[in-house]
Every structure is written in structure tokens, then in C-alpha cells.
Ligand binder design. Structure first.
Ligand code: GAR
Length: 200
């Protein structure tokens, strides 16, 4: 069974969704570690409640991205982690982790990429008065939300859409879609298999 590490910076509702499906047996993986760059983040409380070890760090305590990613890598090796799942981790992944986990890092983003990359995708969609937004799950490369797309699901913005209502709709999709795609990726392998599996 593959072992994963989830990276989060905040509330951790996507992390929780993954924890829940692992517990229920719908997702066949072991969550070996939570990696978090914000000591007070609620995601850490969720990890403690689920008895999942966490590695918590602050970028400012290290001289460079390479230095903190080296520290993360040491932990990933210690726990024998096969696959990295970004779930609201608000940092760009650098060459140290990309080199070690080539093709084995995925991210979830609250927009239909390439539209509204980076921070506050929900605010960006509202400000642009977009008719559609949604959720993207993609492989991670060195860019900001630029890696190969695995799947997207769209959401229609209503005329009276608010930040809260849009966030709720998007997160509802995220919490269902991420576990489903992770199950495919962790048991079947690459993106081509995923595309085929959904077409059948
Ligand atoms: C999620 O909506 C995720 O898509 C987004 O952060 C939120 C984290 O929520 N990620 C990004 O914007 C990445 N660029 P959560 O902490 O409750 O899972």
C-alpha cells in the first residue's frame, strides 16, 4: 500500500476529507505524515486528533527554500513516503522536492486552471464576474499552478454569488473529488489511466 504525506497551511478541510475516506476504507493508502508551514494551523489539530504525525516548520527559520525542503525530505524519507498530496499548501514546491518526487506530487486548486492561479482564486473569480469557476487537480511542476491537469469540475457562479457561497460549493466538490482521484492515482498509476478510467 502506498504511503502519502499531505501538505497543508490552513484549515485542512481537504486533509480531513482524505483522513475520513482512509478511515472508512474507501481510499487505500496510509497517511504517514502531515507537513505544515504554519504552527497554529487547524490542520495540525486535525492531524493530532487522527493520530497522524506532523512535521511543522516555519520558512523564516531556514536560510533558503532548499534548506527547509531538505528538512522536509528527511522526514518524508523517515516515514517512507511514496506520494505527496498538496491540500491548501500555500508555497511553491522547489527543485529539492520536485527532484525527489518527480511525477508524484499533486495539488488541488479552487478554479478552472489556467484561469485564476495563485492565491485567492475564489476572490479572483468573483472580481472578474466569471460565469464559471471550479476545481482543478493537477500534477505539480516548478510553476505556480501550471502542471499537467488530471481532472477539472466546473461550478456556475450565480448573480448573487458571495465568497462564502462559492467557497462552500467549491469545497463540497473538492472533498469528494480529491479522494476519488487519489484512489485512482495511488492504485492505478498515471494520468492516462485516470483519463481512461473516467471515460469508461
Ligand atoms: C482549498 O480550497 C484549496 O483548493 C486551496 O486552498 C483551500 C484549502 O482549504 N488551494 C489553493 O488555493 C492552492 N493554490 P482547506 O485548508 O480547508 O483544505
Amino acid at each position: 500500500m502506498k504511503k502519502i504525506a499531505v501538505f497543508a497551511s490552513g484549515n485542512g478541510s481537504n486533509f480531513q476529507a482524505v483522513v475520513d475516506v482512509v478511515k472508512s476504507g474507501e481510499l487505500e493508502t496510509e497517511i504517514s505524515l502531515l507537513v505544515c508551514d504554519k504552527p497554529g494551523a487547524y490542520a495540525v489539530d486535525r492531524a493530532n486528533a487522527a493520530k497522524i504525525p506532523s512535521f511543522i516548520f516555519q520558512a523564516k527559520d531556514y536560510t533558503s527554500k532548499e534548506a527547509y525542503e531538505q528538512a522536509i525530505l528527511t522526514e518524508l524519507k523517515r516515514y517512507d513516503v511514496d506520494f505527496i498530496v498538496l491540500a491548501g499548501y500555500m508555497r511553491l514546491i522547489g527543485s529539492t522536492l520536485l527532484g525527489a518526487y518527480q511525477g508524484r506530487i499533486v495539488n488541488i486548486h479552487p478554479s478552472l486552471l489556467p484561469a485564476f492561479p495563485g492565491k485567492d482564486a475564489i476572490g479572483q473569480a468573483l472580481a472578474a464576474k466569471a460565469m464559471w469557476s471550479g476545481v482543478t487537480i493537477h500534477y505539480v511542476d516548478e510553476g505556480m499552478d501550471t502542471g499537467p491537469i488530471i481532472i477539472q469540475e466546473r461550478v456556475r457562479l450565480e448573480e448573487n454569488e458571495t465568497r462564502d457561497s462559492l467557497q462552500k460549493k467549491i469545497q463540497q466538490i473538492e472533498h469528494k473529488l480529491y479522494p476519488e482521484i487519489l484512489q485512482m492515482l495511488l492504485t492505478q498509476g498515471d494520468v492516462i489511466n485516470v483519463t481512461k478510467a473516467r471515460a469508461n
